[in-house]
Design a protein around this ligand. Structure first.
Ligand SMILES: *Cc1c(COP(=O)(O)O)cnc(C)c1O
Length: 374
């Protein structure tokens, strides 16, 4: 059985160049970046190089990058840390309905602690309306948390416009950029971002390493007590090999970006064209523009979702449902688009990646069309 991997919005393989860059830091250069001797200095220098690469990618300052274990931890530090340190600014947060669970569940936790949370709806295109955001802003709004690109339907929010609204109203603007970092050029100055969360394993880096960009004027309450690493905001010995790999992954993404975006987008568009030709009733979830070039999400009316997924043998992609315990729950993103449970389950998320080839498109097309028709 030849499983073609088409789930690059869930995670990506580590690029061989990235792996190569990491290996010396598991072996000869194993020092603790906090140690004051040559082993430590070597590790510290390597961390510094990676921090510079990541900061430059965002037009941020290196000291504004706080390494964490991934985007989930970064989101928790951003939202909880900001709320706890800035209660005097008000207790109202604005977010939107198809954020990742890391954001939605953290906002729910703040609600349980006495904050007021407004969750904006999405429009048919999968994006919030700026007018809705404007109307939701109150005197006591202290934080806006809106993601850059969505993990299920790939749609991209206009962070510059949202950032401008936040600036005009003196509100802290945080974005979950787990899907876009490295793929879409991002400028925290132009977008007026106070905080941004990123992760390596969605962009050909290793799992277990992420960062939070925190503008140097923003105060956060730390969420991890300890040795005071990372400007005191995130204690814990730095995972030097993972950080080195993250830096290399960003460099690779930036070097390959234009070519790779075009290549994956043309594969995506060719697959969609083939599906629509054979199955004209297919619904495309979320607008195709602006959208991550590698992402496609489609629903097939009057198709049994579970049977559809069982039929897809040679491709690995994600369904419109998340496996929670033994039951298949329809995706809340599909539900927010107005789909019934049945239609939500009869959906596929396809994420092309660096390792996919044109022949993967042909095979996926044949397999998907065959499965839906049967
Ligand atoms: C993957 C993802 C996360 C979680 O990132 P981890 O590094 O796995 O914790 C958060 N938000 C979005 C949009 C994601 O795609």
């Amino acid at each position: 059985m030849n499983r073609i991997y088409l789930d690059n919005n869930a995670t990506t393989p580590v690029d061989p160049e990235v792996l190569k860059s990491m290996i010396p830091y598991f072996t000869d250069e194993f020092g603790n970046a906090a140690s004051r001797h040559p082993f430590g200095w070597k590790a510290q220098e390597a961390v510094g190089r990676a921090r510079n690469i990541i900061a430059a990618e965002l037009s941020a300052k290196p000291k504004e990058i706080i390494f964490t274990s991934g985007a989930t931890e970064s989101v928790n530090l951003a939202i909880k840390g900001f709320c706890e340190a800035n209660e005097s600014k008000g207790k109202h947060i604005i977010t939107q309905v198809i954020e990742h669970k890391a954001v939605l569940d953290t906002c729910a936790e703040m609600e349980a602690r006495g904050w007021d949370v407004t969750t904006l709806p999405i429009q048919a295109d999968g994006l919030i309306s700026l007018a809705d955001l404007k109307n939701a802003i109150r005197d006591d709004t202290m934080l806006v948390s809106i993601m850059h690109a969505n993990n299920e339907i790939g749609v991209i929010h206009d962070l510059e416009a949202i950032g401008t609204l936040c600036r005009e109203n003196g509100i802290c603007f945080f974005t979950d950029a787990a899907q876009s970092f490295g793929k879409i050029p991002t400028d925290v100055q132009a977008m007026n971002l106070s905080m941004l969360a990123g992760t390596a394993h969605k962009m050909y880096g290793p799992k277990g390493i992420g960062f939070l960009y925190v503008n140097s004027d923003v105060k956060l309450k730390l969420q991890m007590d300890g040795g005071g690493h990372e400007r005191g905001l995130r204690s814990g010995t730095l995972p030097v090999p993972l950080i080195v790999g993250f830096g290399e992954a960003v460099k690779r993404c930036a070097d390959l970006r234009d070519e790779e975006t075009e290549r994956l987008k043309s594969m995506r568009d060719r697959l969609l064209k083939g599906i629509l030709n054979a199955l004209p009733d297919t619904i495309v979830n979320g607008t195709l523009e602006p959208r991550l070039g590698n992402n496609l999400n489609v629903s097939f009316p009057n198709v049994d979702g579970e049977a559809l997924h069982l039929k897809l043998e040679s491709i690995s992609c994600s369904s419109g449902s998340a496996c929670t315990s033994a039951t298949l729950e329809p995706s809340y993103v599909m539900k927010a688009l107005g789909h019934s449970d049945a239609l939500a389950k009869a959906s596929l998320r396809i994420g092309f990646g660096r390792l996919n080839s044109e022949s993967d498109v042909d095979e996926a097309l044949q397999e998907i069309v065959g499965a839906v028709q049967s």
